[in-house]
Design a binder for this molecule. Structure first.
Ligand code: ATP
Ligand code: MG
Length: 261
């Protein structure tokens, strides 16, 4: 099969009629790892929620395609089946559904009717991935994310990623709240996924994660757009100097100033 490709073209997204994403372009191919960095409130999580079809986020114009198929026309579950994956900044808790049951139905939905994984194979795959991620086996039978610590939730998102093997994954602050050992384990999981069949967008605030997962491309997002794109050295400069230099370079005013004007 040819390499997958997610193409976002001139995307505009509004929440309650307020425009948050203002003409965003991005292309992620299988085999590539992209990172997006940017100040709080610039629309990074909005971008991921909009791509996954969260009803609150209204796409006012632009397009998103996965392998030339219109993602925005798909139902939410179709997007996952088509091979998109989102690890949310704040993973939700689902009471009454065990982690294992959730994973199995998500995986079977991804594989499609007639291609379901056998229970034995599923258990083997889950056990080996949980071992790889150094997770307590008890986590399989707990209700999804219920009472999970912040770090446990993030690690569990990576377990989902490794089980579902999406074509394109968006990982929103997968490193937030992780201790040093957990950060290494989570990175190890993402690096294991790396390959021609897997493209990834990592949203992060810190260079630290990118020390473990070297991105091919780093983007800076400000005020709803990608304003700068470079290599890993861009993340290093942001870590050292913050965002002011980019604002100066591009003549971007602070959002509050813009609103007052
Ligand atoms: N469901 C929502 N309802 C109302 N406003 C929202 C909603 N989601 C996002 N916003 C607003 O949209 C803007 C962008 O939010 P978003 O969560 O995308 O930022 P972010 O870049 O992910 O920030 P952070 O780095 O803090 O996670 C913010 O002003 C936020 O308050
Ligand atoms: Mg966010």
């Amino acid at each position: 099969m040819s390499q997958s490709k997610l193409v976002i073209n001139d995307l505009h997204v509004a929440i309650d009629e307020k425009e948050i994403i203002k003409g965003l372009n991005l292309e992620i191919k299988g085999g590539e790892i992209h990172a997006i960095m940017g100040p709080n409130g610039t629309g990074k999580s909005t971008l991921s929620s909009a791509i996954m079809g969260h009803p609150k986020y209204e796409i006012t114009s632009g397009s998103v395609t996965l392998d030339e198929e219109d993602v925005l026309e798909m139902e939410v579950d179709e997007r996952a089946r088509a091979g998109l994956f989102l690890a949310m900044q704040y993973p939700s808790e689902i009471s009454g559904v065990t982690n294992a049951d959730f994973l199995r139905s998500a995986l079977n939905s991804r594989l499609g009717e007639g291609n379901e994984i056998s229970l034995m194979k599923f258990i083997r795959k889950m056990d080996s991935n949980m071992e790889f991620l150094e997770m307590d086996p008890d986590m399989a039978q707990r209700y999804l994310n219920e009472g999970f610590s912040g770090g446990e939730k993030k690690r569990n998102e990576i377990l989902q990623l490794m089980m579902l093997e999406p074509k394109i994954a968006i990982l929103d602050e997968i490193d937030s709240g992780l201790d040093i050992d957990a950060l290494k384990v989570v990175s190890k999981g993402i690096n294991k996924m790396r390959g021609e069949d897997f493209g990834c967008l990592i949203i992060t605030h810190y260079q630290r994660l990118l020390d473990y997962i070297t991105p091919d491309v780093v983007h800076v997002m400000m005020q709803g757009r990608i304003v700068k794109t470079g290599g890993p050295e861009l993340a290093q400069r942001l870590e050292a100097e913050g965002y002011d230099w980019i604002k100066k370079e591009l003549g971007i005013e602070d959002e509050t100033v813009e609103q007052e004007a």
